[in-house]
Design a binder for this molecule. Structure first.
Ligand code: 7PJ
Length: 291
């Protein structure tokens, strides 16, 4: 059993799977109702996930989904994320993470109650993210991705995805440590859906053990929730994928497969279904230790 150091605290790793609940505060949620309504909704959603058993809330203001979402400016992203982080930090003890690739956004979120930076570029877009983690002792999630924000979802696949993910994460970890981040604050993530082919997304889950073996001391996080690769597997005969809200069963199956293969933290939209599935797996694991 190890620990993940985040600011003045530590989360136990390996005892049970940690669940990170996704809280998106993207433009849609800020339409009509006005900003106060949007803030209320976001807090309400976060509190629901906490009641369902979330261990961490991941607040994101820049949608990195495929499909051409406009990139947001640093100011815009800060205005979306910081009020939510601040309000949430007053209401809950559980760690809040900020899903951002910008050091200024990370800095503002950390100053207002966040304790983890979740960087989907693993320091490639803005390595000063590492300085913010080093200075504050915040947790740092380094997720593998390829290319730029504009191109990462339509790059041609690399030949060997394991070599690519391991090599790229190794250099991000090296960069983080060189800039003063404590290794015990780092979590790695293969980045399902970010610059990988359909087959490679499935392979990464099937052989996630190869990633944990390459970094035996670092916790592994995985996020499959509602992603397109699940839609492709679940597509009907005409090839039409179910909409994201109808990918729960595929999300659970892929999340559990990842956990069996070594993931210690999972990032999901559907906290209740995930927590219940994990409890069941945990009960079965404990029984296998007894016989
Ligand atoms: C991930 C993420 C992921 C981590 C997103 C989406 C796209 N952060 N942020 N891992 N995905 N650490 O949720 O569909 O897989 S945004």
């Amino acid at each position: 059993m190890t620990e993940w150091r985040i600011k003045s605290r530590a989360l136990p790793i390996g005892e049970r799977t940690l669940v990170m609940g996704i809280l998106n505060v993207t433009p849609d949620s800020f339409s009509d109702g006005g900003k106060f309504q949007a803030l209320d909704n976001a807090i309400g959603h976060a509190e629901e996930m906490i009641a369902e058993g979330a261990d961490i809330i991941d607040v994101g203001g820049e949608s990195t989904r495929p499909g051409g979402n406009a990139l947001v400016s640093m100011e815009e992203e800060t205005q979306r994320v910081v009020p939510v982080v601040e309000a949430l930090a007053k209401r809950t003890e559980i760690p809040i993470s900020v899903d951002t690739t910008k050091s200024e956004v990370a800095r503002a979120a950390l100053a207002n109650g966040a304790s983890i930076i979740n960087d989907i570029s693993a320091l490639r877009f803005d390595f000063y993210i590492a300085d913010e983690a080093a200075r504050t002792g915040a947790g740092l999630i380094l997720m593998h991705s390829r290319g730029s924000p504009a191109t990462m979802h339509r790059l041609p696949p690399v030949a060997d995805i394991f070599e690519e993910v391991i090599h790229s994460l190794r250099s991000s970890i090296h960069m983080a440590e060189r800039r003063g981040v404590n290794r015990e604050a780092i979590v790695i993530d293969p980045g399902i859906g970010f610059g990988k082919s359909q087959e490679q997304n499935l392979e990464l889950i099937a052989r996630l053990d190869r990633i944990s073996e390459a970094f035996p001391d670092l916790p592994v996080l995985i996020g499959t929730s509602r992603k397109s690769f699940i839609g492709r597997v679940l597509a009907d005969d005409a090839g039409t994928p179910p909409p994201p809200e109808e990918r729960l069963n595929g999300t659970i199956a892929s999340t559990i497969a990842a956990v069996i293969n070594g993931a210690q933290i999972v990032r999901v939209h559907d906290v209740k279904a995930t927590v219940e599935s994990l409890k069941m797996i945990q009960a079965i694991k404990s029984a296998s230790r007894m016989s």
